[in-house]
Design a protein around this ligand. Sequence first.
Ligand code: 3PG
Length: 275
Amino acid sequence: MQNLKELFFATGVIPVIKIESAERADGLAGALRAGGLRVAEITFRTKAAAGVIEKFASRHPDIVVGAGTVTTKTEVDSALSSGAKFIVSPGFNPEICAYCIEKKIPVFPGVSNPSLIEQAMSLGLTILKFFPAEVSGGTKALKAFESVYQAVTFIPTGGIQENNLNEYLTIKNVLACGGSWIVPTDLIEAGKFDAITALIQSCRRSMLGFLPLTSEMKLDNASGADADRLSSPVLELKTPSIRRTLAMLGMNEETSSSAKSAIISLGDTRIRIIE
Ligand code: 3PG
């Protein structure tokens, strides 16, 4: 399995999920995959949590599933036996952290100030959830921690959405952000998985400036030659004007284009431009 730290960094955003029924687990996994997310934090805020983790672990092993909102040893045991690969807690509970360390499962406790950071560090923990991020000083607090706790990286969570995500992700000691906004419980319960995929894609596009497409993603407007050329991964860029972008690149003639999308090749990289 890819190192969790590298995976979190590459993923950028960890979906914090509250799901009421294990029957929705497969649909949710499909929505995450279609959006390009391979990490899921299933919170112990519902009775369904363990069953959902179990379904992810057994049926969707390409998605690294962890347990969130873990506040008791019983929940750690339940997460472990369901197949969780990591534990997230809202606060720093030394007993829970020590138990996770004993059980050899990575744990990311929540901290909101220097005293808690140092207590977590004393247990050897260097990846910490910063919670609740927005009301605990947000980006200013993280920047203040940067020079003092150089070995620690944070997963800020709480009050982060697409509109302030990049303010956090551009801080050096931020590994990834956690957030529930890309996986709203009402959309999960209503089975509106396409809407969840759209939220994830929108978030990833704002985070990266482009969207890495995979063969599992739905490609609106791709047909004929465009669809054929998308059989392997490409990047998707959104621009206000395809015609102007192509003109600036001097590619008017060589490109297969339609009113709403065009595909260009730059060396081995293919880029789908959409308006
Ligand atoms: C959590 O448990 O990590 C938070 O409730 C998530 O915070 P958010 O709902 O503001 O994203």
